[in-house]
Design a protein around this ligand. Structure first.
Ligand SMILES: [Zn+2]
Ligand SMILES: [Zn+2]
Length: 275
C-alpha cells in the first residue's frame, strides 16, 4: 500500500495498492491534467531526486520549497511565534533534513492552509510534528486523504478564526470558496511592525510586485466576478498589514501592501467593466 502523490498538483492521497484512477483536484476546471497524462509518485521516490530549500523570507518567517521545482512550485512559510510555530500552506516533500531544520526552530504547533492546491502532504507534516491542521470547512470535499486524517484536521466555519498570538485566519473565498489568508500582526521588517498577510494565491502577488490579482483559475485564466472581489476587500478591511507574502518565492509585496490590494482591485474591476 502506498500514499500516492499526484505529480501535477502535489496532492497526497489515501493509501491504495494501485495509483488512483484520477486526481479530482487536477480534473477540476481550476487545474489541469499533465499534457502527457496523469502521473503519480510517492514521498520516497520524490526524495530520491528532490530536496527542500529553506530560506528566511523575513525575520521569523522561513520559506520552505522543493528543488528542482515540483507540482505547482510553491513554498510554504513557517511563522515563528512565541506561542508556537504555524506552518502556513504546505508542500509535498518532507525529508529528514527538513524535519531537523524545522525542529531546530521549535517545530510546528499547527498547520493552516489557504486552499486545496496547497494541501499537498499535509497529513505527513501533521503526523511528524504532532500538529493540528486548520482548513476551512467549505473546501472539505478536496481533502484526498480524509480517512487517516482523523482528528488532525479541524474544519472551521465562518469568516475568521483566531489562533494564538493574535494570528487570525480570514476566509476570503474567491479562487476557492474556503479560500483563506493569514493575518500575522507581529510581522516586521526593517523599522516598525505593521503586520503581514500570508495569502497563497487567494490574493496572488503578480510580476509587478506593487500589485496583486484574484482569479478563479490561474492556469486556465478564469476570472472572478465583482461580488467575489468586493468580498475579498471587505474581509481583509479590519486588518492592518504592510506586507503580503504570496505562495511562491519572491512573490511578496514588501511595503504598502494594503493600498496595493485596493489599487489592484480597482484596476481589476475597471478591466471587467465594473467601475
Ligand atoms: Zn492532481
Ligand atoms: Zn490555487
Amino acid at each position: 500500500m502506498e500514499n500516492f502523490i499526484c505529480v501535477q498538483c502535489g496532492t497526497q492521497f489515501s493509501e491504495t495498492i494501485e495509483p488512483p484512477a484520477s486526481c479530482p483536484i487536477c480534473e477540476d476546471e481550476r487545474q489541469f491534467v499533465r499534457h502527457a497524462g496523469q502521473k503519480w509518485t510517492t514521498l520516497k521516490w520524490l526524495a530520491t531526486d528532490h530536496h527542500n530549500r529553506l530560506e528566511e523570507e523575513a525575520p521569523r518567517l522561513l520559506g520552505i520549497g522543493t528543488e528542482p521545482e515540483f507540482a505547482i512550485g510553491q513554498r510554504a512559510l513557517l511563522v515563528q511565534s512565541p506561542g508556537g510555530n504555524l506552518l502556513w500552506d504546505c508542500i509535498s516533500l518532507l525529508d529528514d533534513e527538513t524535519i531537523a531544520e524545522v525542529n531546530a526552530r521549535g517545530g510546528i504547533r499547527a498547520i493552516a492552509i489557504s486552499h486545496p492546491h496547497f494541501y499537498s502532504s499535509m497529513i505527513e507534516w501533521a503526523e511528524h510534528f504532532d500538529a493540528q491542521i486548520f482548513l476551512h470547512a467549505a473546501d472539505r470535499e478536496w481533502v484526498m486523504r480524509p480517512a487517516d486524517a482523523g482528528s488532525r484536521i479541524q474544519f472551521w466555519e465562518g469568516t475568521t478564526l483566531s489562533l494564538w498570538d493574535d494570528l487570525t485566519l480570514i476566509n476570503c473565498g474567491g479562487h476557492f470558496e474556503g479560500g483563506t489568508v493569514l493575518h500575522w500582526p507581529a510581522a516586521s521588517r526593517d523599522r516598525g511592525s505593521k503586520g503581514a498577510l500570508l495569502t497563497g494565491d487567494i490574493i496572488t502577488v503578480v510580476q509587478d510586485r506593487r500589485y496583486v490579482s484574484f482569479m478563479r483559475s490561474y492556469p486556465n485564466l478564469i476570472p472572478l466576478g465583482p461580488a467575489a472581489i468586493h468580498r475579498i476587500l471587505e474581509r481583509i478591511e479590519p486588518f492592518t498589514f504592510e506586507q503580503i507574502y504570496g505562495g511562491w518565492w519572491q512573490a511578496n509585496v514588501l511595503s504598502d501592501a494594503k493600498a496595493a490590494v485596493a489599487r489592484s482591485a480597482h484596476r481589476y474591476l475597471r478591466a471587467i467593466g465594473q467601475t
